[in-house]
Ligand binder design. Structure first.
Ligand code: DGY
Length: 369
């Protein structure tokens, strides 16, 4: 049985049968032509035949929208049983693009860049499963999904090491002033070995304060212990006083709390002023945890010694933002989970979640209630 679904206006490319994804941001698998939305074509190499066979055995074929190409081959697996429509561009779909596609969506794999809000969910009467390609899910209106009994999945665990590695890389880079030292070499300022040049701070015996002791927080704590640091932490049961005493004694503060209404701007002017003037702040969680204007002022005024952000609010950070000329600051473009292993495994989990949700089974990694 060959199942043909109508193409929504402005559709991206839909693959029946085998889907071929190529790793790399914005990469285009065979059968895809970037920038030519509206065409619906099978992947080369037997897409139609594959669809016919799949349709015969699995009459529950669902139309799935994937908001970007994912690394690895997980989408191949999804396309064995469902229609797979991948947003073909390097930049994410806008909210308007998503709402336009919503009426046709039965399954959705979204990214942290996609606001899956009540308006989108309302416009998606066929939507039966949302699978977020991230461990965080603050981009999804969970209440709106719950009201429609749409299960929501995420991708925990597989990115823990990658993200903890990056947090630690940033911590070391700020502690040892690597960006400044590297820039000096390229600028021809490396004239000799200087007893007082580029002096940083040591990790051994320093205090590492982990804000949010979830999976990633624990992984960063283990790295800290390996470097001989004294590790202290707060977790979801901690009070404001617990946070205050952590901030007073930590030499490094690493943020791993989820972004919620309660944690938005957790690190504000008052908190920054309570930190040691020698302290270094690392954020690989969500940009909204930190009040960026207050952080820029704290770095410029010397109330803390340095910071590294892998996440900002908004993303990308505008080039005229006051943070960008703050001293001792590293900003990376939200690459915490950006290892091939983590991103491919995230894709596998995202597909597992979607397949389960579409089949009416519990998602293996549903977001906690
Ligand atoms: C997440 O998973 O929440 C990260 O921010 C992206 O990997």
């Amino acid at each position: 049985m060959l199942i043909v679904l109508e193409n929504p206006p402005d559709s991206g490319l839909i693959f029946g049968g085998r889907f071929h994804a190529r790793a790399g941001a914005g990469g285009c698998g065979p059968g895809r032509r970037p920038g030519r939305g509206g065409a619906r074509r099978p992947a080369r190499g037997g897409g139609r035949a594959g669809l016919r066979e799949i349709g015969k055995n699995r009459p529950t074929l669902a139309r799935c929208f994937i908001t970007r190409t994912l690394p690895g081959t997980a989408l191949d697996r999804l396309a064995q049983t469902h229609e797979v429509d991948v947003w073909p561009q390097h930049l994410p779909p806008t909210h308007e693009d998503l709402v336009k596609r919503a009426p046709a969506m039965e399954g959705l794999i979204s990214l942290p860049t996609d606001p899956i809000d009540a308006e989108l969910i309302e416009n998606a009467p066929l939507l039966r499963a949302i699978s977020n390609y991230a461990v965080g899910y603050d981009n999804i209106d969970l209440q709106a999904a719950k009201a429609r009994q749409i299960p929501v999945g995420h991708t925990p665990d597989v990115l823990t090491n990658a993200t903890a590695d990056l947090a630690f890389a940033l911590l070391l880079a700020v502690a040892r002033r690597l960006p400044e030292a590297m820039a000096a070499v390229r600028a021809g300022e490396w004239l000799t070995w200087g007893p007082s040049s580029h002096l940083g701070v040591e990790l051994a015996n320093a205090t590492l304060g982990i804000v949010g002791l979830g999976r990633i927080g624990q992984a960063v704590a283990r790295r800290g212990e390996g470097f001989g640091m004294r590790v202290i932490h707060t977790d979801s049961r901690s009070t404001a006083d617990d946070l205050a005493s952590l901030l007073e004694s930590a030499d490094f503060v690493s943020l791993h709390a989820p972004l919620t209404e309660d944690t938005r701007h957790l690190i504000d002017e008052t908190v920054l002023n309570a930190m040691k003037p020698t302290a270094i702040l690392i954020n690989t969680g969500r940009g909204g945890l930190v009040d960026h204007d207050a952080l820029a002022a704290a770095l410029k005024g010397g109330s803390i010694a340095g910071a590294a952000l892998d996440v900002t609010e908004p993303e990308p950070i505008p080039l005229d933002h006051p943070l960008l000329d703050a001293p001792n600051l590293i900003i990376t473009p939200h690459i915490g989970s950006a290892t091939t292993t983590a991103r491919e495994r995230m894709a596998e989990i995202a597909v597992d979640n979607l397949l389960a949700g579409l089949a009416g089974e519990p998602m293996p990694h549903a977001v906690p209630d």
